[in-house]
Write a protein that binds this ligand. Sequence first.
Ligand SMILES: [Zn+2]
Length: 133
Amino acid sequence: MKSGKQRRAEIKAARVARVAAGEARAYIDPRFTVYAGGAPCDPSRLAPDNSYGVPDFVTRGSYVDVCFRCVDCGAEGVWTAERQKWWYEVAKGGVWTRANRCRECRANKRAQREASRAAYCEGMLRKLARMAQ
Ligand SMILES: [Zn+2]
C-alpha cells in the first residue's frame, strides 16, 4: 500500500511524462511524416475551403487508408491513401468530404443520375420543339 504522498508523486511524474511526450510530438513536422501505407499530402493542391478547421490529413501530412461503410448497401470498404490523394488533390474534392459508397453503388448512382438527366433533356427538347411550332 502506497502513501498519499507516494501516490501524488507518481501522478505528478506521469503528468510530466505526458506533457513531455506532447511536446515531443509537437516537434515532429507533420509535413515530413509519412505513415506506413500512406501517401504524402500536398496542401497547396487542395481545393480552396473557407473553413477555419484543418483536416486531419493536412495536420498529419499524409493520407492513410480509412475504412468506411457504404451508405447504400452497407458493405465495408477501404478508401486507400492513393485514392484519397487523387480525390483531394487532382479531382479537387472538398476537403471535408469522405468516401461513402462502394464502387458498385457509386456506378449505380452515376447511371441513375445520367438516366434522369437524359430523361430531363429529352423532355426539354420535346417542349422546345412544341414551342417552336
Ligand atoms: Zn454499396
